[in-house]
Design a binder for this molecule. Structure first.
Ligand SMILES: C=CC1=C(C)c2cc3[nH]c(cc4nc(cc5[nH]c(cc1n2)c(C)c5CCC(=O)O)C(CCC(=O)O)=C4C)c(C)c3C=C
Ligand SMILES: [Fe+2]
Length: 407
């Protein structure tokens, strides 16, 4: 995909026998948290597929699927560069097969039998720690450095970092978990699981027409994401240059727990002031009663008393590119709800993911500002963090990371 919704349509493939669902093309749905749409009559949601082999990896600009699995792995000491190449070759072949909806391999658990690929995407990423372990220290990209500590971080090292990252997205939970099990088995003897996280987003077809999704605070979330048709979309999201990362991206991941019990008791007007947008429809508070979700945010707008309509500490003001020297990223997060904490409060929140050409010009400056001046941060805990280089996609017959390992 070279950006633009036409690219998305081209990549999407009709499933089943001639009829099906075009992923990413329906009703202008696109990456970020926008939801895909229901298939036409007589076509199953499961039939939709996103080809694995493409110039760019899937799972970045496609609409967020209903289910996501994140898995981080650490390379075993004995694996080395050749073992890493074997792992990536095996992972890529399995991902391509599952994304195409081909039957399960012999000896494979039949978890996903009867369902199609359900828009399965598998995205692979490399952590900074991978490069020394695989004898590739001289090929680690300059942009892949440890993220700085931010005020308020409460990070759990056991659920942070990792040498390798796999993101599996699908509109059917059994399909996603099947893919996870297959990839975990292929890693046996080469890489050990470090942490796993599961998330969810709105199921395609749950709304009467495609709409931006909501998070567990109830807000419309994803509105002001960069859009593939924006002239600077590719430069914002994808790495340039002539090396093995050209056309790839950098994924920042944060497990952000929401302090929902406090949030849910806040009056609506306070919740809206903290974000800077209306809760019902996501319209910016700068736009007056006639504003709609897509009304541009006016950070300078004041009321009759000269008071800023979007508060100085409102999330959208503090996070805006205009407040951060142009820093921008493509957000593609998922909700999580992992039961209760010992004190009875929900262990729930946002598996935040942001893709950018360079974290130093995306997530880092924005989070630096948010962690100091964002009214929303009182209701959030950043509990885990990771940064992965997401290489470009693999051509047919190739595997993700081949340019790094064989280039
Ligand atoms: C460092 C980057 C960001 C983190 C971390 C983050 C956490 C976070 N955000 C919400 C809810 C919303 N965010 C919204 C907009 C928004 N958020 C960021 C960045 C981070 N958010 C940006 C760059 C923007 C766009 C700002 C703009 O230009 O207008 C919104 C408004 C709707 C939208 O545009 O998406 C909401 C709602 C939560 C709940 C959260 C942590 C759990
Ligand atoms: Fe945000």
């Amino acid at each position: 995909m070279s950006g633009g919704s036409a690219g998305l349509s081209r990549r999407a493939v009709l499933g089943g026998a001639g009829a099906g669902l075009a992923v990413g093309a329906a009703g202008g749905a696109w990456g970020g948290r926008a939801s895909a749409h229901a298939p036409a009559d007589g076509v199953t949601l499961g039939a939709a597929r996103v080809p694995f082999h493409a110039a760019r990896q899937g799972g970045i600009v496609e609409p967020a699927q209903a289910r996501v699995e994140w898995a981080a792995f650490d390379l075993l000491a004995s694996t080395g560069r050749d073992g890493l190449a074997a792992l990536l070759r095996g992972w890529s072949a399995a991902a391509a097969r599952m994304a195409a909806g081909e039957p399960a391999a012999e000896g494979e658990n039949q978890i996903a039998l009867d369902a199609g690929p359900s828009s399965l995407t598998v995205t692979f990423g490399f952590g900074a720690t991978l490069f020394d372990k695989a004898g590739l220290a001289d090929r680690r990209p300059a942009a892949l450095v440890e993220l700085p500590a931010f005020p308020g971080d409460a990070l759990d090292p056991a659920r942070s970092g990792g040498d390798l990252w796999v993101q599996i997205g699908a509109d059917d939970s059994l399909v996603a978990v099947h893919a996870l099990r297959v990839l975990m088995r292929l890693a046996t003897g080469l890489a050990a699981p470090r942490w796993l996280m599961s998330g969810f987003a709105r199921t395609p077809g749950a709304t009467p027409h495609p709409m931006t999704g909501r998070n567990l605070m109830g807000q419309v979330d994803g509105t002001n994401n960069p859009r593939p048709r924006d002239p600077d979309f590719d430069a914002t999201v994808f790495a340039a240059g002539g090396d093995w990362m050209a056309g790839g991206s950098y994924a920042v991941l944060r497990r952000i727990r929401m302090l929902l019990e406090g949030w849910d008791t806040l009056p609506l007007d306070k919740q809206e002031r903290i974000i800077g947008r209306r809760k019902s429809d996501g319209a910016p508070l700068s736009g007056g009663p006639d504003a709609v979700e897509r009304t541009p945010v006016d950070l300078a707008a004041t009321d009759g008393d000269g008071v800023l309509r979007i508060a100085p500490d409102a999330h959208v003001r503090v996070a805006a590119a205009a407040s951060n020297g142009g820093a921008a990223m493509l957000r593609r997060g998922f909700s999580f709800h992992d039961g209760l904490l010992p004190d009875g409060s929900p262990d729930a929140g946002l598996l935040f993911a942001a893709y950018q050409a360079d974290p130093a010009r995306g997530f880092v400056p924005v989070q630096q500002r948010l962690s100091r001046g964002d009214g929303l941060s009182r209701y959030l805990r950043h509990e885990a963090s990771a940064l992965f280089a997401v290489p470009p996609g693999a051509p047919a017959g190739g595997y993700v990371g081949q340019q790094l390992l064989e280039g």
